[in-house]
Design a protein around this ligand. Sequence first.
Ligand code: A3P
Ligand code: MG
Length: 280
Amino acid sequence: MTTSPSPATPDKTLSRDLASGALALAIAEIAEDAARLILPYWRSDTAVETKSDDSPVTQADRAAEALILERLAALYPGVQTVAEEAVAESGAPAQAEDWFWLIDPLDGTKGFVRGGEAFTVNIALIHAGRPVAGVVTAPATATTWRTDAPGQGAFRRQFGEQQEGEAHSGAEWRPIKVRDRPAEGMALLSHSVTDEEAARLAARHGCTRWQGTDSSLKFCLIAEGRFDAYPRSGPTSEWDTAAGQAVLEAAGGRVLADDGQPLSYGKPRFLNGPFVAMGG
Ligand SMILES: Nc1ncnc2c1ncn2[C@@H]1O[C@H](COP(=O)(O)O)[C@@H](OP(=O)(O)O)[C@H]1O
Ligand SMILES: [Mg+2]
């Protein structure tokens, strides 16, 4: 007698697709579709609401998060999700599971509302507290950065308009990596820090020059070898950093917490303390 195979558990499906690189490609396509959904709201008269933590939220954040959650659930049912807008509405899960998704559908909302280009869609897979796969997409410049199978590097591409009858479209994926630190390192910092603090943070990490940039784009610009460090002294949520950290680590960089260890995930209230993201 033959028995039909039992359905794969989420963990088996996840770990198989993670190991083959199929998962990284799949989440890149989801993030690009979320980006296509966000773009019509950009530089339009989108209504801006203020959340209880005083940060802005728009219809674009909510629509993108709904798309991402629906697509992830269809691909990998039963995996825990921790997503910015869901947490804002219903609170954070009491505890992180062994595998979970961290989702920020629109990071850098303040800049987005002002009509700037530095806002991103972020999806990361966490396993045992580490970001093992991630994608960051910048809708305004139609650029995506992603991991591959673990140990297989990081990639970037420009994505295009979706053509009729075509599942997805985009240019070829090109490998990216961090640069060796030059004598005069360049730091990236949040716009939320004062000039005085920025100069101090940059100098502490061996950088003589610095530039303010919104969103998780900072991790990607280090991952592709254009900048050297992103120090952050104030709090962030785990969904702000997980996808960027996955990409940066895959490109040869590091993201270290104050204790000198890689920034880890599934912490109380999914909150990060200070960290520094670094290239080579
Ligand atoms: N006190 C705080 N606690 C948690 N996250 C914070 C925070 N202050 C700022 N952030 C996060 O920092 C992000 C902006 O980072 P940056 O200044 O580098 O662009 C915001 O993302 P959103 O735009 O998704 O809300 C917000 O989530
Ligand atoms: Mg954010």
